[in-house]
Design a protein around this ligand. Structure first.
Ligand code: NAD
Length: 359
């Protein structure tokens, strides 16, 4: 089983207090890794991180924009693996605070690369950007890793810029190094434990738990919806592959659902409605405070299949089921939610191992 390779390894996760970071910390801890996290804060209330923080060996506070602090922490931890997730991750906030977004997403990535360049030991770094790093042409087919980078909004552009910076650092400073680096571009992730503002599922469950009506923006937009555990499985497989050999050093990988599985915002909400009683929503396309966001976004994940034998495991109904089950359990009793997280990880990786780890 390749995930046994994380046992007793030191893994540093930036952005460990966020949505994906809290799930990744739990997964790696269950796999026997020693997990260290760096984040500037706990970004939401409630917070999934607060439910699972006992799984970490060390919970550091540090700002990814602070180059010397990041260098110091990388040196202190001496990681075998790094997963870089820290980001200003919201498109809407990127419009109201572009400087914070650029500093965090671009300079934060560069600060981490600078810290890694001083490590003397073997280390694998998976740097998470976004599916939004591609110049969006509203194509009906999926973006490939070689497609042009770009982005109209500050979030997307900062992620495209992070990709360019990673590529430059790989070529300039890591060509003959013990550090192997790859970037990962995943699509819209859903799942329990996301409490961010301006994201579809958290906005819905927060409103429904108070019997309020949700206003759905852009009900017909499609997104490559996938459960949070799907890209995390991909990041772990990519890290493993890089640990075995450096052939994939400097490469980028898409992680998304298969192309026949792109659903609209309305599809998502209608599917949740099957599990969640008595919900109310209205759809509105032209809201006054609305901001530009692309309507159509698909990822081509053939490269991950070819080189990593990775493909997504859950169909749309299972993805929504995992998600709504988690939130229903949370509202039943938030104190027991750690158990639900662990059960979902265990169930998911059984499916994952059967599908992706068969030789
Ligand atoms: N959630 C999605 O649908 C999605 C889709 C594509 C890409 N991504 C990318 O995946 C990564 C994780 O996403 P998420 O949904 O978990 O985001 P999140 O907003 O839930 O978490 C972000 C994390 O980064 C930390 N952070 C923010 N600013 C920081 C700073 N200045 N210094 C240190 N830490 C800082 C936060 O404290 C938090 O731990 C991000 O890079 C995001 O852009 C997410």
């Amino acid at each position: 089983m390749i995930f046994e390779k994380f046992k007793n390894k030191k893994v540093l996760i930036t952005g460990h207090t966020g949505f994906k970071g809290s799930w990744l910390s739990t997964c790696l801890s269950i796999m026997g890794a020693r997990v260290f996290g760096i984040s500037n804060n706990v970004p939401t209330t409630p917070s999934h991180f607060e439910n699972i923080k006992k799984f970490l060996e060390k919970d550091f506070r540090g700002d990814i924009r602070n180059a010397s602090r990041i260098k110091e922490l990388v040196k202190e931890v001496q990681p075998d693996y790094v997963f870089h997730l820290a980001a200003q991750s919201l498109v809407k906030k990127s419009y109201s605070d572009p400087i914070l977004t650029w500093e965090t997403n671009l300079m934060g990535t560069i600060n981490l690369l600078e810290g890694l360049s001083e490590l003397k030991k073997k280390c694998i770094a998976i740097l998470i950007t976004s599916d939004k790093c591609y110049e969006n042409l509203e194509w009906v087919w999926g973006y490939r890793e070689t497609d042009r980078l770009g982005g109209a909004d500050p979030y997307s552009a900062s992620k495209a810029a992070a990709e360019i910076a990673i590529n430059s650092y790989v070529k300039s400073y890591f060509s003959k190094s013990n550090i192997s680096i790859a970037s990962a571009r995943a699509g819209n992730v859903i799942g329990g434990g996301d409490w961010s503002e301006y994201r579809l599922i958290p906005d819905c469950v927060k409103a429904w738990s108070k019997k309020e009506t949700v206003v759905l923006r852009r009900p017909n937009s499609t997104r490559p919806w996938q459960h949070v555990l799907e890209p995390l499985g991909g990041y772990l497989m990519l890290a493993n592959k890089l640990y075995e050999n450096r052939d994939l050093h400097g490469e980028s990988f898409n992680f998304g659902p298969s192309l026949n599985k792109n659903f609209t915002v309305l599809d998502v909400v209608n599917e949740i409605a099957i599990n969640w009683n008595d919900i109310k929503f209205i759809t509105q396309s032209n809201l006054e405070d609305d901001f530009h966001e692309c309507n159509l976004l698909k990822l081509n994940c053939d490269k991950a299949l070819q080189y990593l034998n990775w493909s997504s495991c859950l169909n749309f109904e299972q993805t929504i089921n995992y998600t709504s089950h988690w939130y229903m359990k949370y509202y039943e009793n938030p104190c027991n939610i750690e158990e639900t997280t662990k059960i979902q990880i265990s169930e998911y990786f059984k499916i994952f191992n059967n599908k992706n780890l068969k030789v």
